[in-house]
Design a protein around this ligand. Structure first.
Ligand SMILES: *Cc1c(COP(=O)(O)O)cnc(C)c1O
Length: 361
């Protein structure tokens, strides 16, 4: 197969290490319903991430839906147009109404200063994305939410390991969710998690993720199946063993891009102050979509395939009716995420940087 450089490449642990976990599964004869490996993964993640509560799930989308079901309850949900489509589709899927608020052009997170004007009597929650692992302005958002007594959910799909103000970013808001999809920084093949400081609410979320069943096998309410299997937990445990290495390798690539790209021609995204970032994505913003398309073409000729994260702006998708979001729409058209993964070679990085510097004007 011809070598192709994509925006990301899955990290696979040594097969022998995965096999050791499979042997535990075979010994236990237990594949799902919160088995030994799922519990072990949750324990390890709790320590690694330094969070109070975690529930590991089968992907990163259903946790958003579970969060909305529990706290947004069919109301209007203030949200960002600049995210992966799952942020918006989860709102619509849960029969809530998405109300978009444009983004801050530097950080690309929801513009915290415009949230208040979008609140109505029907608003029940804010669902904002810490896009590319860059935290939203959580302090201002918390203030607004308190004032209007609405809940805050963060789609923190990109935030594995991110800290803000010396605290896991998952600890902000009422509920945070993460994705452990194989394209993400930490993965379980498919998987995800819910974080919630309030142990009572966490209990409800836990019931929801298992058909509504409580500890005593009563049914507390409408539930769904968001359980993760032992096989996925085995992958997670094997990958987690390498997480510091994964982050360190990605940092080297980010440092190389930072020092080699010509920022007179392109713009980078500003990481919010007081953030310990995780090097999850490397987005660059060109001066126009025309330039982006030219660069994309030149890279494609060398079998280098970055991704247009995130395009299009979510307020423009076909099942949404919404006003224009000028900042998000403009940025969506000219932003590209560059290849970033463990094992990306220096000679390929140099090729990428040279092509971008040459064609981005
Ligand atoms: C990946 C992603 C999701 C969905 O996660 P899955 O694990 O693929 O279901 C949700 N939101 C954002 C911002 C994402 O990038």
């Amino acid at each position: 197969m011809e070598k192709r450089i994509n925006v990301t490449k899955v990290f696979l642990p040594p097969l022998a290490e995965y096999n050791e976990y499979l042997e535990i599964i075979w010994r236990n004869q237990w594949l799902t319903n919160r088995g030994e490996l799922v519990l072990k993964l949750e324990e390890k993640l709790k320590k690694y991430l330094n969070v109070n509560n975690i529930l590991v799930t089968n992907n990163g989308t259903i946790p958003i839906q579970i969060a909305l079901k529990n706290v947004a309850k069919g109301g209007e949900v203030i949200t960002t147009p600049f995210s992966f489509v799952a942020t918006t589709s989860a709102i619509v899927w849960e029969s809530c109404t998405p109300v978009f608020v444009d983004i801050d052009p530097d950080h690309l997170t929801i513009d915290e200063n415009r949230i208040e004007e979008a609140i109505t009597e029907k608003t029940t929650a804010i669902l904002a994305t810490h896009v590319f692992g860059n935290p939203c302005n959580v302090k201002i958002i918390e203030k607004v939410a308190k004032k209007y007594q609405i809940k805050v959910i963060y789609d923190a799909a990109h935030c594995f390991g991110v800290e803000y103000d010396n605290k896991s970013v998952f600890e902000y808001g009422d509920i945070s969710t993460c994705s452990f999809h194989s394209t993400k920084l930490f993965h379980t093949g498919e998987g995800g998690a819910i974080f919630c400081k309030d142990s009572e609410l966490m209990k409800e979320l836990n019931y929801s993720h298992n058909f509504g069943y409580t500890e005593t096998n009563d049914i507390s309410g409408v539930g769904i199946n968001a359980k993760i299997s032992e096989l996925q937990a085995a992958m997670g445990l094997s990958v987690l063993h390498y997480i510091d290495y994964i982050i360190a390798e990605r940092k080297k690539i980010v440092d190389f891009y930072n020092k080699s790209l010509d920022f007179n021609k392109i713009k980078s995204v500003k990481i919010r102050e007081n953030t310990k970032w995780n090097y999850s994505y490397y987005p660059v913003i060109f001066n126009s979509e025309k330039i982006l398309l030219k660069v994309q073409q030149k890279l494609a000729e060398q079998n280098i395939v970055p991704r247009r994260y995130f395009y299009p702006s979510l307020n423009t998708i076909n099942y949404i009716k919404c006003n224009k979001m000028p900042v998000s729409e403009a940025i969506s058209e000219k932003i590209l995420c560059l290849p970033l993964y463990v094992g990306l070679e220096m000679k390929d990085l140099e090729k990428i940087v040279n092509l971008i510097n040459r064609y981005s004007e």
